[in-house]
Design a protein around this ligand. Structure first.
Ligand code: SF4
Length: 291
C-alpha cells in the first residue's frame, strides 16, 4: 500500500473501536472497505455508509465518514433515499445475511431491479450472530441452532442467483479471509455505474461452527482462475448455482452496463436534487392536503 493510501486509511479510521469477537470476519470486511475507499481516494464528505442491525451493521461507527445505522433490514430504502437526494455521493450499504435476505428480503428484490448506483456489501456468515446464533436465510440445510435444534429443513436462499435474476448489474462474492481479493471486488463494485451486490463469506467464530475459515478455504475457488466470463449471463447463473464440496465459486459472477435509475430522472441530470433552489417553490397547496 502506498504512503498516501496508508495516511488515507488512518484518516478513515473512526474513533470507536470494534467490539466484534476476536477472529470475526467483520474485521477483514472493515479492512476491505476502508482500503478500497483509501485506494479510490474519495473525499470523506462525498461518501455515506448505511447499515441495518446486526454485528456487522456496527461498521459505519468504525469508519470516519458519514454513516447511518438504521432499522433491521432497512439498509436499501435508506440508501435509496440518500442516493436520490444527492446522487453525487458514493453510497455503500452494509449488513448481514439476515438483515439483507431475511428481514430486508423484500427491499432487496425491489431495489436491485432499479439499478441505482449503490454498492451493497453483505456480511454473510449464515447465522444471526447478534441475537446469539439463530438459523438465518443462508444457513445450510440441516444446520442446527437454538431456532432449529433438529436441523433446518428448507434449503438456503442463494443471494447470487437472486441478484442476477433480480437485475443487479454487478454481482460478486468475496471471502473475508482473502481481504486483497475482497478489496478488488469492492473497488470494482464502487466504480461500477449501477447496483453492485457483493456477498461476502465470513466466519462467525462464536456461533457458526460449520462454516469456519477452514471450511471456506477448503470449499471455495476463484472464478477468475477458471476463465469465467462475467458478461455471459447464462454462464453466470450456472456458476451461481454451483455449491458442492470443494466447488463453491467466489469472485465476479456477472457484470452488465446499462443506464442507472438516476439517469432516467431529468431533475438530477445537471445537479443533485439537494442543490436545487426551492426557496421560491410554493408548497402550501400540498400542505393543505394533509389537513
Ligand atoms: Fe462476529 Fe459472530 Fe461475534 Fe457477531 S457473534 S461479532 S458475527 S463472531
Amino acid at each position: 500500500m502506498s504512503v498516501m493510501n496508508r495516511s488515507r486509511m488512518d484518516e478513515l479510521t473512526g474513533r470507536e473501536v470494534p467490539t466484534w469477537c476476536p477472529g470475526c470476519g467483520d474485521f477483514n470486511i472493515l479492512f476491505g472497505i476502508k482500503s478500497a475507499l483509501a485506494e479510490l481516494d474519495i473525499p470523506r464528505e462525498d461518501m455515506v455508509l448505511v447499515s441495518g442491525i446486526g454485528c456487522g451493521s456496527k461498521l459505519p461507527h468504525f469508519v470516519n465518514t458519514y454513516g447511518f445505522e438504521g432499522l433491521h433490514g432497512r439498509v436499501l430504502p435508506v440508501a435509496t433515499g440518500i442516493k436520490l437526494a444527492n446522487n453525487k455521493l458514493t453510497v455503500i450499504g452494509v449488513g448481514g445475511d439476515g438483515d439483507a435476505y431475511g428481514i430486508g428480503g423484500n427491499h432487496f428484490l425491489h431495489v436491485i431491479r432499479r439499478n441505482l448506483d449503490i454498492t451493497y456489501i453483505v456480511q454473510n456468515n449464515a447465522i444471526y450472530g447478534l441475537t446469539k446464533g439463530q438459523t438465518s436465510p443462508t444457513s445450510m440445510q440441516g444446520f442446527k441452532s437454538p431456532s432449529t435444534p433438529s436441523g433446518v429443513l428448507e434449503e438456503p436462499v442463494n443471494p447470487i442467483s437472486m441478484g442476477i435474476a433480480g437485475g443487479a448489474t454487478y454481482v460478486a462474492r468475496g471471502f473475508a479471509y482473502d481481504p486483497i481479493h475482497l478489496k478488488k471486488l469492492i473497488i470494482d463494485g464502487i466504480k461500477h455505474k449501477g447496483f453492485s451486490l457483493i456477498d461476502v463469506f465470513q466466519p462467525c467464530v462464536t456461533y457458526n461452527k460449520i462454516n469456519t475459515v477452514d471450511w471456506y478455504k477448503e470449499n471455495t475457488y476463484k472464478l477468475e482462475d477458471k476463465g469465467h466470463d462475467p458478461t455471459d449471463r447464462v454462464q453466470a447463473m450456472k456458476k451461481a448455482e454451483e455449491w458442492a464440496p470443494k466447488s463453491v465459486p467466489i469472485g465476479l459472477f456477472y457484470k452488465e452496463d446499462k443506464p442507472t435509475y438516476e439517469q432516467g430522472l431529468p431533475q438530477m441530470l445537471d445537479k443533485p436534487l439537494v442543490k436545487h433552489d426551492i426557496s421560491n417553490v410554493d408548497i402550501s397547496e400540498v400542505l393543505e392536503g394533509f389537513k
